[in-house]
Design a protein. Structure first.
Length: 198
């Protein structure tokens, strides 16, 4: 079973990964975006870390709800509401349980990713964060490590894609040949989950 501390460790590992990779995320957002993805997420996850320390939540759902609300209120870019929705919706699915099973986590994340797709109107192959999140969550039934690897492969697979959503879509054919920054950060998020699972 996974307790509240597991979700706190997930968010702490995500914050650390974003801190480590912020420059790379911003560099990826430079040819096909506005060069702010790393700084957006760094601001967001720094605030998440501070919020979780200021008022330690009592349940898994409360950790993800607080983290999601914090991302929505601190990240200006498209990724803020999308990641905020992912975490809030995932948290909501977990209800008020003090401990949840890995199958609960899988189902909740599946609902979270569905909510991201509904909010952004994107689907698989549109060269967005969903191209890492969808294969990642599909592999959660195997293990957290498999999910992280599938998300990483999904992010790499965005390189030849033509962007159909978000800023990169304004570039049309010129979006081809670059890895999507949001898919890259989604792979970091699932790698952080695997790290928390140990
Ligand atoms: P902005 O584009 O507003 O500057 P960010 O740079 O923080 O925001 O985030 C860009 C990332 O957000 C993209 O790389 C993509 O993965 C993701 N994204 C943008 N629009 C959508 C959408 N409609 N659906 C899913 N993901 C999206
Ligand atoms: Mg950007
Ligand atoms: Mg921006």
């Amino acid at each position: 079973m996974r307790d509240t501390d597991f979700f706190r460790r997930w968010m702490a590992a995500a914050a650390a990964a974003v801190e480590r990779e912020a420059n790379r995320l911003t560099e990826l957002d430079s040819p096909i975006g506005d060069a702010d993805h790393g700084s957006n997420l760094l601001r967001g996850f720094t605030a998440v870390r501070a919020a979780l320390e200021a008022e330690p939540p009592a349940t898994p759902a409360a950790v993800l709800g607080l983290a999601g609300r914090t991302l929505i209120s601190t990240v200006g870019g498209a990724s803020g509401p999308l990641y905020g929705t992912l975490l809030r919706r995932t948290g909501k699915e977990l209800g008020d349980a003090a401990e949840v099973s890995d199958e609960d986590v899988r189902k909740a994340l599946d609902a979270g990713v569905t909510a991201v797709a509904a909010l952004g109107g994107a689907a698989a192959g549109d060269k967005t964060m969903l191209d890492a999140l969808l294969p990642g969550v599909a592999a959660l039934g195997t293990s957290y490590r498999a999910a992280a690897e599938a998300a990483e492969a999904g992010a790499a697979a965005t390189v030849p894609m033509l962007a159909r959503k978000g800023r990169a879509s304004y570039l049309g054919e010129r979006s081809i040949g670059h890895q999507d920054p949001g898919a890259t950060s989604s792979a970091l998020l699932l790698a952080a989950l695997a790290e928390a699972a140990g």
